[in-house]
Design a binder for this molecule. Structure first.
Ligand SMILES: NC(=O)C1=CN([C@@H]2O[C@H](COP(=O)(O)OP(=O)(O)OC[C@H]3O[C@@H](n4cnc5c(N)ncnc54)[C@H](OP(=O)(O)O)[C@@H]3O)[C@@H](O)[C@H]2O)C=CC1
Ligand SMILES: O=C(O)C1=N[C@H](C(=O)O)C[C@H](O)C1
Length: 248
């Protein structure tokens, strides 16, 4: 029997891509397409076993809590998650054992691997900076992927006992050095024609390592989302990051 899946944010860029993917996958049945203005309830989810949520940073927490309350597993791609909002999801899940939520800042396999490679490389370089490049319709900056990449780099540097990166900048009235995420500089580019891209640059005296991931098309996110749809029921509680499912 086919697994019943709902899409929340179905009218959006990702919602369209994910709905098309689900409809063309044997063994999945798209039973609900919900968007802004729709209540998320057991009725509107229409028998879905899994809900896939790609909406807005200011909407995602409420939608995920509503799915948990309806006893529906959730695969979440929306960005903007904080330690506090993740804690709220964990707390709500504690009251509904058996329900699973997977939240990942990026479901493109190339991006997940780039983040893992960056974390691995971080301890070997004095300097590291992250440049994320996206379409100009994106509402949040820096990207969720860049935030996560920077935090992984920062953690790897801490684990290796490394200090702050070299940077003699004394004045930067216009913020040209980018955002400081856990001690890692992150730069956001918004450019017509782009989809979703990230470059992580590492520097040592006389050498540089560049790790780059490019999503040229939103089809790139579907294989990771599909993996999460198939896995989420086997992983009760909160799983953050597709790397956990890929065992990276
Ligand atoms: N994890 C990953 O791999 C990826 C994550 N993303 C993230 O996914 C999110 C969506 O991106 P994208 O599809 O480009 O954005 P869009 O703006 O194209 O789509 C978002 C959709 O959600 C709708 N929406 C707004 N509020 C609600 C609500 N409360 N309940 C249900 N639906 C709502 C919007 O409606 P309206 O327009 O009327 O507001 C819109 O149709 C972003 O956070 C983005 O960063 C994107 C790509 C990959
Ligand atoms: O808004 C997007 O498009 C994307 N958002 C995610 C992010 O913020 O990291 C994932 C990907 O970069 C596309």
């Amino acid at each position: 029997m086919a697994m019943k899946v709902a899409v929340i944010g179905a009218q959006g860029r990702m919602g369209h891509a994910i709905s098309a993917g689900i409809e063309s996958t044997d063994g999945l049945e798209l039973v609900a397409r919900l968007d802004a203005g729709d209540d998320i309830t057991a009725e509107s989810l229409n028998g879905a076993e899994v809900a896939v949520e790609f909406t807005r940073p200011d909407a995602t927490l409420g939608n995920v809590l509503a799915c948990i309350d309806a006893g529906v597993h959730c695969v979440v791609g929306t960005t903007g998650w904080t330690d506090e909002s993740l804690a709220q999801v964990k707390e709500r899940l504690a009251g509904t054992p058996g329900t699973g939520v997977i939240i990942a800042p990026n479901y493109a396999l190339s991006a997940v691997l780039a983040m893992a490679f960056a974390a691995r490389a971080a301890a070997y370089f004095e300097s590291a900076e992250v440049i994320e490049l996206h379409h100009p319709n994106k509402v949040d900056a820096p990207s969720g992927t860049a935030m996560t990449t920077a935090k992984h780099i920062a953690q790897a540097r801490r684990d290796a006992g490394m200090g702050a990166m070299p940077d003699a900048t004394e004045t930067d009235p216009h913020g040209a050095r980018g955002a400081d995420i856990d001690g890692v500089r992150v730069h956001a580019v918004r450019l017509r024609g782009l989809t979703a891209h990230e470059e992580i640059v590492f520097g040592n005296p006389g050498e540089q390592l560049t790790i780059r991931t490019d999503s040229f098309d939103r089809a790139s996110f579907y294989p990771g989302v599909l993996l999460a749809i198939r896995e989420v029921a086997n992983r009760p509680g909160l799983t953050y990051g597709l790397d956990r499912i890929m065992d990276l």
